[in-house]
Design a protein around this ligand. Structure first.
Ligand code: SAM
Length: 247
């Protein structure tokens, strides 16, 4: 199917060629407060979700992980602490990676991580070069999600695994209104006072609503040629983890 001329940027439709730059602008603006905002917004839940992702992955010494849209390094740090061998963190945003480098140095993990500024829709990495790919809260921001998934499959070694952690569709009947009020009322306000950017956090809430639900995203993984697709809800579907393999 031919891509349309526009792409969703939260609830707005923007020219397709502009979306990536807009997303980059969002993360340029919030990079220095990004980790603090994650803790405040989720009440620390994002830490448990990221731990769950690594538990599901089961890192091993001989594993080379590509953490796509890895930002400030949370997944890579957990992978290495969990027994993983080597991590490459890629992100389109230099500011996020710069924060990540400082955090890695503090954790004495600088030597085990490569930081690569790249667009996840066109990874500058050889075919079949990594054992696992993770992507936490990143794919939702990409313009050409199908292209990114195809590239993930391409860089995975046969038998390699992709694990994706992303906001998803709430599966707790009766909690929709509370969740809606929190996402569109509290989160942008926190963004205004803590990260000095209300719009960035309104975009977050909107982009969650426009991202495919659990079933649809599982179907997209299959359409990208990945196999054995399964998923698990976290915190009642606020987030979900999808697992898929290059077979
Ligand atoms: N994975 C990190 C985490 O869980 O804390 C960061 C997630 S943050 C919500 C989303 C990240 O996706 C940002 O660092 C942003 O720069 C990155 N990103 C957005 N579009 C991207 C693209 N096309 N290619 C690579 N990274 C992208």
């Amino acid at each position: 199917m031919e891509p349309t001329a526009t792409a969703d940027f939260g609830f707005q439709e923007v020219p397709r060629g502009e979306k990536t730059a807009r997303v980059r602008g969002v993360f340029d603006s919030v990079a220095s407060r990004y980790d603090l905002m994650n803790d405040l917004m989720s009440g620390g839940l994002h830490r448990l979700w990221k731990d769950a992702l690594i538990t599901w992955l089961r890192p091993r010494r001989e594993m080379h992980l590509l953490d796509l849209a890895g930002g400030t390094g949370d997944i890579a740090f957990r992978f290495l602490h969990g027994g993983g061998g080597r991590a490459t963190v890629t992100d389109i945003n230099r500011e996020m990676l710069a924060v990540g480098r400082v955090r890695a140095a503090r954790r004495r993990l600088a030597g085990e991580i490569d930081w690569l500024c790249a667009n996840g829709e066109a990874l500058p990495m050889p075919d079949a070069s990594v054992d696992a790919v993770t992507c936490a809260f990143g794919i939702r921001n990409m313009t050409e999600k199908e292209r990114a998934l195809a590239d993930i499959r391409r860089v995975l070694k046969p038998g390699g695994r992709f694990l994706c952690l992303e906001f998803s569709r709430l599966a707790l009947p009766g909690w929709e209104e509370v969740y809606e009020a929190y996402s569109f009322g509290v989160v942008p306000r926190l963004g205004r006072y803590v990260a000095r950017d209300e719009e960035a956090y309104r975009y977050l809430a909107e982009s969650i609503r426009t991202f495919p639900d659990q079933e649809r995203f599982a179907a997209m993984l299959g359409e990208a040629g990945l196999g054995n697709v399964t998923w698990r809800n976290l915190s009642g579907g606020i987030a979900a983890m999808h697992s898929a393999w290059r077979i």
